[in-house]
Write a protein that binds this ligand. Structure first.
Ligand SMILES: NC(=O)c1ccc[n+]([C@@H]2O[C@H](COP(=O)([O-])OP(=O)(O)OC[C@H]3O[C@@H](n4cnc5c(N)ncnc54)[C@H](O)[C@@H]3O)[C@@H](O)[C@H]2O)c1
Length: 390
């Protein structure tokens, strides 16, 4: 398979590039390095150092003997993404190239507008480029389970559901109720992609993924191959942040009552699920929705898991409940379906309880580096306040 990965410099994009290369696929990376820049903007950096893309491509060749091509550019430029797709003629385009932080999108008008335009325009340019070059290209688009919010129904793996409205039955797009501008940008993407499937029969896998955690995959065997690892309040997902807090002897900062429940998965499980979906694409012209997670856990359960793992390493981690900077339900029903991935043979490898200790151990050598950005860990971004100074 010839796979083009938009967002190849990112947390998932880099790890997936290595997985696909190790399977003998051809990989063409695309990135504009927006995440590197935006993480610096909030006074932070990848907790685990990463090489420049030029050196990453060299390291992949030196360590594993794989060759990877890379285009530097912004997919919100139609001429750029069209040219890249025309030049390389991929079978599949994996679309990760979006602003992916909910807090970043909630800072103020500038950040909200950037998130919405970057994400929605990038996706539109991708579809138009594919239609111009080869409409049969499979688009694997990374959405998020956060598109649905926390509904009182079991989240289906179908784009449409039956609904009775004013007494009449109809088939409508599954209701979504996102919790940040970032998550709304993903809802808009889903609607736009569904529309392209209706009018042009595009072939799409739309993944609704939960938060990912961890530092390792099978291919990350050398420190030159590390993927980025964010831990600050804006860019760090909760598990990675808790593990950093434990490693730094800081309290684990649980927002609100801690009953917020989501579907989590490790980096290894995420790239393996993606590999399966790419190697088993939908029929041409189909729109496939996939819920991608391994375990449903609440913030309080995650804090307990990290606390126990830290204890086994001689660290006495405490949990501190902070006023919730987000607007979200803190006790709620949550049950996304998971049928597509198991049918393709996906079985989770490890649970968070098995991995948290390793994650903390992986962070320990970088404690002094991470301490430089300690000020970026406590929440500053508040859903209820607009911060025009940032
Ligand atoms: N990490 C998670 O827990 C998680 C969970 C659910 C969904 N996702 C989604 O998966 C995707 C990848 O996430 P990630 O954690 O690897 O994020 P990331 O920020 O590490 O990677 C995204 C990459 O896309 C690049 N990018 C952004 N806008 C671009 C543009 N206009 N042109 C070219 N490149 C651009 C960034 O520079 C970055 O390298 C995102 O779409 C994210 O919303 C991530």
């Amino acid at each position: 398979m010839k796979a083009m990965i938009l967002g190849a410099d990112g947390y998932l994009g880099w790890a997936l590039s290595l997985r696909l290369l190790s399977r003998g696929h051809e990989v063409i990376g695309v990135d504009n390095f927006a995440t590197r820049k935006s993480v610096k903007e909030v006074g932070s950096d990848s907790g685990i150092p990463i090489l420049s893309m030029e050196n990453r491509v060299r390291a992949v060749r030196d360590v594993h003997g794989y060759r990877m091509k890379f285009h530097r550019g912004d997919i919100t430029s139609y001429p750029f993404i069209h040219k890249a797709i025309k030049e390389d003629m991929p079978d599949t385009v994996i679309h990760f190239a979006e602003q992916r932080s909910a807090p970043y999108s909630m800072i103020n008008a500038k950040h909200a507008a950037y998130t919405l335009s970057n994400n929605v325009i990038g996706t539109i340019n991708l579809v138009y480029s594919i239609m111009a070059v080869n409409p049969k290209i499979h688009i694997l688009k990374m959405g998020t389970l956060g598109e649905y919010g926390t509904p009182n129904f079991d989240i289906p793996e179908t784009p449409f559901v039956d609904a009775r409205i004013n007494g009449k039955l109809d088939r409508i797009t599954c209701p979504k109720w996102a919790g940040s501008w970032y998550h709304w940008s993903k809802v808009h993407d889903t609607n736009n992609l569904l529309f392209t499937n209706r009018v042009w029969k595009t072939t799409v896998t739309d993944i609704m993924q939960g938060p990912v955690y961890g530092t390792r995959t099978k291919e990350i065997t050398d420190e030159k191959l590390h993927t980025r690892f964010d831990f600050d309040e804006v860019w760090g997902t909760v598990v990675n942040r808790f593990c950093v807090e434990a490693a730094l002897d800081l309290p684990l900062t649980a927002y609100g009552k801690g009953g917020q429940t989501r579907g989590y998965l490790s980096l290894e499980d995420s790239v393996e699920a993606l590999r399966l979906l790419l190697e088993n694409p939908p029929e041409k012209g189909d729109y496939r929705v996939v819920n991608q997670f391994v375990e449903l856990l609440s913030i309080n359960e995650i804090a307990e898991i990290v606390k126990k793992a830290a204890k086994r390493l001689g660290i006495d981690a405490k949990v501190e409940h902070l006023e919730n900077p987000r607007v979200e339900a803190e006790r709620h029903y949550y049950n996304p379906e998971i049928k597509v991935l198991p049918k393709l043979g996906f079985h989770r490898k490890l649970k968070m309880g098995d991995l948290a200790g390793q994650l903390i151990k992986d962070i320990l050598p970088y404690r002094s580096r991470i301490r430089r950005y300690k000020g970026a860990i406590m929440p500053h971004t508040n859903w209820r306040k607009v911060d025009n100074a940032r």
